[in-house]
Design a protein around this ligand. Sequence first.
Ligand SMILES: [Zn+2]
Length: 65
Amino acid sequence: MTADSGDDPHVHRLLGAYVLDALEAEESATVARHLQRCAGCAAAYVEVVDAVSLLALLDVDDLLE
Ligand SMILES: [Zn+2]
């Protein structure tokens, strides 16, 4: 690992919280900016959105069956 240089780090580990709108406004803006320029993180973001959407479709009753 290199030291944190603030040199446009990837945002994979923030995507979950970003999708759930759980980030600070500043972090959220950083993620949004990065996603516009990084195809890799943008693809990961789409996957997280898909996963969260599927979870949202699940009903608690279904899980308890
Ligand atoms: Zn990235």
